[in-house]
Design a protein around this ligand. Sequence first.
Ligand code: GLA
Length: 511
Amino acid sequence: MKTARMLVVVPVALMVMVWLGHGESPTPKLRADVDGLALTPPMGWYPWNEFGQEPQNETLIKETAEALIRSGMKDAGYVYIGPDEGICFSRDASGKLISNLARYPSGLRGLGDHLHARGLKYALYTDAGSRTCSKAMPGTKGHEFEDMKAFAEWRADYVKVDWCNTEGQNPEQAYTRLRDAQLAAGRPIVFSLCSWGDGQPWKWAAAVGHLWRTTADICGPGKASWAMAMQNTAANEKLYVAAGPGHWNDPDMLITGMSGLGEAQNRSFFSLWCMMASPLIAGNDLRSMTESTITILTNREAIGINQDPLGIQGRIVRRDGAAEVWAGKRLFDGSQAVLVFNPASAPATVEVTPDDVGFEESAPLYVRDLWKHETSGPRAGNVRVTVAPGDVALLRVSKADSFPLPPIIVADSYRAVYRARANAPQELTQAITVRNNGSGALPLWKVHAGLPSWLLVTVSQSGNTQTFSTKVSTAGLAKGRYHAVVRADNREPLSGLPMSALYYDVDLEVE
Ligand code: GLA
């Protein structure tokens, strides 16, 4: 019994070492310095905006995962998916969280395994207070460490922590305790703080999590509201200095593709979120999207602005009547992103000046229209655009006639699973393939040292695809279950900046 317990404990201890690195402080200046996660804004899907609580269950999540893959969203970078406040778990008499098997028959761990096998990352939800908002689920208050351990056991990669039923709690203290609980649980996890701006998280939360809500909810379930979207945009725009790689302002999930918005509004909304380096967490029903919604959500040139490695949040640099000129967003190749947004009910013609964009008057410039997918130039002087009511022009301006896309990382799976017999030592290898859908090939991913002795990972490259050859050797291993998390790091070659760390699970059962 003693030996069996040791076998489980040793790999987990190793895992903690691998991702924390050696000698790093457990109270970092930037949370992302610890885990290398979310160095560009997280992309994914959560059910709340469209569905609210009741329809959430395992079938909805699995069907949505398939729709996300089928629609091309996965190939465009959307990866985090899972239930929001969806009556996922309860607390048993001993204080332990248990899956709601009536709604999630595979259990919350089973659902995570399913998503990992589809090359997706697993998102879950909880609350910092005593109960979640509808009170249908327990909150983490007083149970932070055991709950974050349960989330790690369920193999969550992302957790959104709400702020309902928190009377008397201090946001900074409560969320910092949850950060400590996540670090203690030892699984790398993207931490999404959801206090709706309470406690001004943009002042302190970069050390705690990777993104924080800056505003109230953008809509009630199923009801997109353009007015609320505009309110959230205005509040979030002002906070641009707080954003950067690994620490993002979050003006809430997307409403693109929900009923109530027209095509121009969908395009404008998405462009604003790209320009603000906001998390791109889709909130619509992916199973029944129109072609127009798919085209907007999967526009890789717009997504490239959002996923730029420099991680700058754009802002309004000038108003021209009702029209807004958004800029201040230098990109990794030296080009600049520009958005002209026309919220008025009549067309607007705006002259974008080289000064708006940060170039000299006389420099010949190329202009790429990221919705029309057309390049014009070279030319000197102003760029004149006419924008239809409620619509945008999303541009990229460059001295060069090339507009490379930043990396978009897509894996065929985030889990390698092995079964072996204890009395017959074996070496088993599985391949995890990781593709870059951005421009150009990446350097080879570097696997972190410190993996357990039964596991060897080597990486090879062919064009835009790298293969993680994941070999387990069972010689000398006793019966039991073994688990490790592989971490690999890379740098975006043009900027030299670190890319979000890549993690996947390895499970070995020796029978
Ligand atoms: C809060 C959050 C929403 C959603 C609901 C669930 O309102 O801001 O995004 O998670 O709770 O009840």
